[in-house]
Design a protein around this ligand. Structure first.
Ligand code: BT5
Length: 254
């Protein structure tokens, strides 16, 4: 083995030099019955993706571009919670390995000094209304220099090396993510979302702030109150009304 500290996450690893997207491979392997904890990791993605078909820049050798297959026995409306479980695990792993203090921007961004260092993309395969597989995609910028980032994300992206001033071992960080994720995922399955919600809120950036939630149907202005048991964001509008947002991009309204 690789000296893994885990029982199932990362026990089966598919390592690839170059792929379109590790998500795509993970979906195929999940359909073919891959065991829980199977990981697909690549040195480079040619068409790494984010939500809504946005591009995820995944240059060679400089980050962790991976997808993890989970198979929780849960109804499908619980799937968004796994994004938040993953975000907490990645924050803890980054803290442990680098000493940096990342924050989470709901639902899926991990930021350091206000810039995005990690994106998480959680996708689902379902049978009727039960989850068959969750494909957790994690992209962590590790060793890019600030001016390695393409023009369009220069101002909004960062890497662990850019923040800490030193390069670091992607293997070590990946193992820390596996260990943290396995532990939190087991806590989640045993005790439910509540303990995860508390941790998540302790790392959250936008809670209590005035925000703009940009959704596919329009912008919602208000104060981010927190997340619900389902991992949905509660926003209080100026008229006092509380709306629940399932999916959006969040901007702090300064
Ligand atoms: C995400 O989407 O943040 C989810 C990213 C998930 C990437 C992983 S890598 C392994 C697996 N395989 C895949 O193909 N994907 C997953 P979203 O919230 O939609 O953010 C996308 C936006 O982030 C883009 O529109 C850019 O503005 C910005 N962006 C793109 N690449 C970036 C990078 N390397 N670092 C920081 N920001 C980036």
């Amino acid at each position: 083995s690789f000296g893994l500290k885990t029982d199932f996450i990362g026990r089966a690893i598919h390592y690839e030099e170059e792929v379109d997207s590790t998500q795509k491979i993970a979906h195929r392997l999940a359909t073919e019955g891959a065991v829980e904890g199977t990981v697909i990791v690549a040195e480079e993605q040619l068409s790494g993706r984010g939500r809504l078909d946005r591009k995820w820049h995944s240059p060679k050798y400089s980050g962790i571009w991976m997808s993890i297959i989970l198979r929780p026995n849960l109804p499908m409306q619980k799937a968004p919670q796994l994004t938040l479980v993953t975000a907490v695990a990645v924050v803890q792993a980054i803290e442990e390995v680098t000493g940096l203090l990342p924050q989470i921007k709901w639902p899926n961004d991990i930021l350091i000094s206000g810039k995005k260092v990690t994106g998480i993309l959680t996708e689902m395969q379902a049978d009727a209304d039960r989850i068959n597989a969750i494909i957790v995609g994690i992209g962590i910028n590790v060793n890019q220099k600030q001016d390695d980032f393409p023009e369009e994300i220069q101002q909004i992206a960062t890497s662990l090396a850019a923040e800490s001033g030193q390069n670091m071992s992607r293997a070590r960080l990946m193992q820390a993510v596996f260990a943290r994720l396995e532990r939190l995922y087991q806590t989640y399955l045993k005790e439910g979302f509540f303990p995860i919600k508390l941790l998540w809120e302790s790392y959250a950036l936008s809670i209590g702030k005035e925000i703009i939630a940009r959704t596919v149907t329009g912008d919602i202005y208000g104060k981010a109150l927190g997340i619900t048991e389902d991992g949905v964001l509660n926003i209080q509008q100026a008229n006092g009304e509380i709306v629940q947002v399932y999916s959006a991009d969040i901007f702090i309204n300064e």
